[in-house]
Write a protein that binds this ligand. Sequence first.
Ligand code: SF4
Length: 906
Amino acid sequence: MATLPLPAIHASHGGCWLRDAIGVTRGIGKGEAIMAAADTPLLMLNAPLVATRLGYPDLSGLDLLELYAFIHPARFVVPTPKGLANALGLPEPQGDDQVPALLQDAAAALLDTCESPDWAEREGAWSALQSLVRMRWPWAAQLTPRIAQPERAERWLFSKLPEWDDAPERPQPAQVALDGNEVLARLTALTGETAEQRPGQRAYAEEVAFAFSPRKREAAPHVLLAQAGTGIGKTLGYLAPASVWSQESGGTVWVSTFTKALQRQLRRESRRAWPGERADGSQPVVVRKGRENYLCLLNLEDALQGGFNGRAAILAQLVARWAGFTQDGDMIGGDLPGWLGTLFRQRGITSLTDRRGECVYAGCPHFRKCFIERAARASAQADLVIANHALVMVNAARGRDHAARPTRLIFDEGHHVFEAADSTFAAALTGAETIELRRWVLGPERGSKGRRRGLSARLGDISSYDEQGAKAIAAAAHAAEALPGDGWLQRLGEGAPSGPLEELFAAVRGLVYARDESGGQEAGYGLETEAAQLDGAFIERAQAAGSALAELRQPLIRLGLRLEALLEEPPDWLDGPGRMRIEGARHSLAWRIDLLSAWEALLERLGGAADPEFVDWLAVERSDAREFDIGLHRRWLDPMKPFARVVLEPSHGVMLTSATLKDAADWDTAVTRSGAPYIGVAPRLSAFDSPFDYASQAEVLIVTDVPKGDIPALAAAYGRLIESAGGGVLGLFTAIRRLRAVYGRIADRLARAGLPLFAQHVDPIDTGTLVDIFRDDPRASLLGTDALRDGVDVPGHSLRLVVMEQVPWPKPSILHRARRLAGGGSAHDDRIIRARLAQAFGRLIRSRGDRGHFVVLSSAFPSRLLSAFPAGTPVRRLTLDEALQRVAGGVSDDAVNIDTSPAKPA
Ligand code: SF4
């Protein structure tokens, strides 16, 4: 392998290094680095990140990640110098100054691959390259001499992808009662005969079998709440009874998770219980996500044929390369690298999905190859479906196929079911939501490119053959003109709203700014006010907006009825695909009609008596003081009420399981939060303690001398803790502003000490990739907010210290205030905080060999919150200096002297 004669640059917080074409590396300043990059295309890794480090946003060059995505689509790599070296079998660089040489070697290795007869992802590369040459992709010139034109013309992606097959409906599952011995025997088979027997896991598996017993009463499922401490081995613990049940009954078990990390783990572990494929080629285990996660082939085709320009067009080519090799077409959290979208710094990825529900179903030329349709069909035939909470709820609330709804459900990460239900059953009448509806009816506004089309084009045959249908479509199109259009936010800012909805949003905006006292105005955060004490002028605007929405809902209802009639008595012109298209359209119409009804109900309530079941408020959403949405919001005071009706009631067996389901010894909240009382079911309760020895594996350190609100002191504390631990720190924040301030103060210094620091909301890298980077480098540390509090599963040495910047108090929003009032005041807050602490602590000890410290920087940490930590965990209140000593010394087996001293006044 010859080194590539191209200069390479590397920039970290510790400095910049440039290696010239003849192989001399030297440290340079940022200014020189920017000049060098402007002068000639430089090899670099992750151009947006290099640009951020140099403080020069317009940087471009030969990005090795783009080359990797072209040569090895759908293949995992951690996008760091070390990760790239490992993926390509090159020696890891031993310092920043060695990185440019690695980049040259990596480029040469990747380009050599193209000339190798063993290149696994050759198919389609030559054709894609021809398009990329026309687009002047920087790598095209390097690749052209190395990729030979194939002797036979390559098949186009869309003809190459396999078609799904229709399968007969499965009969309903047999009624079986699971035998405990059989469940245990299956568990032994899954864990391996030679594996150490874990009594907690065995007891858990036997208990889970209860959820699969035959139901005794209609609308009364078996509900099991099972708290399983970290390390019980709950995944295999429930997969054992689930696999026995599906085998004996012929039915499907759904396991729902909140995080993608657990989905990946489940996919891996399920291979112990089920083969990858059945004898007939079908899949016994299917991962199912919401349709907005999958690549829409029609959107991709459009993008490849001129719908995308410039850099976005290059992204489309790289996505097309991936589409030829992906396992399931999942673009968000599947095998499309999470970093690919951020390399192109725009919303290219989401516009290749079917986010707006514009699918034309059987009217689409790729319908029989569509990844979404394939996943939906496969899940109907599967023994195990791995899904997420949001999808399970949306599917239950407005799924197309009632027969395919889950009836045996395991909600892992069950402590998140409440918040998933909260957003699923919410209503938001905002500018962003209404403009989406307008586009769904009318298509994009003039000047927009692409195939996105309105209702009339999607139902072209109805428009031309059916008079009543055509009239309804025309009336809907006319009514949709009243909804906000492009530029609505700007018009509101200029005081020139157009149409009844924009008028209403302008009034919302005015009122929110007039009343907000949250302090968010200066901080640049979102603002809100109660939907109460609204004056006559506001109510009039709300009524006008409500009438406009009703004007739209009426023709949509008429159209829905017309479509139903056409299906019942099909006319001559309606062929098979047309019928399927109408069925699809009917479903998406019903969803929009429900949406409009919910909005109208929200508006009707304004000015009247408050409905105690709901919490309503007005909000201006902002990020860094920039407004991005305005409108009215409605949440259920308790979203478990609709959850119970929509998800629990039709089920036969449901389990909620988690390491943090209940609050210390108290089950009451977990029972209430399961929703079971709403359907008159008393859940079965069981708890299984973690087998970990927390007394010797972990220590909680409450640091009492970092003053609250003192950013320099907070940053210094983080910097010193990271230095003492030698990296491996997960830093958790409750406010992005403080996270950025701390990061800005310490990142350079730590980098110079060889301790890389990464941060959510700062680095242009998606969260999943940030966790991959953190896991891969034991000297790296990661700062983040809520998503990292329980989305991180990093066992071993890479995570040895968790630092929370303060007690994680809930944000005092209007919604929180209402729930606090209903939930017992400060006791409600305490439950939330304890749950957050328990989740964050749960990141630390993931296996028997893990050891680590959990630090909270809080001068006044109330003792009543200490029960958040597992029993036996030593807790110390100390100064920062003392904490640094303990962190530097590590957690040792002989940790004694447990100090749970009484709290200082909060
Ligand atoms: S069937 Fe729908 S989602 Fe699938 S490719 Fe066609 S338009 Fe896209």
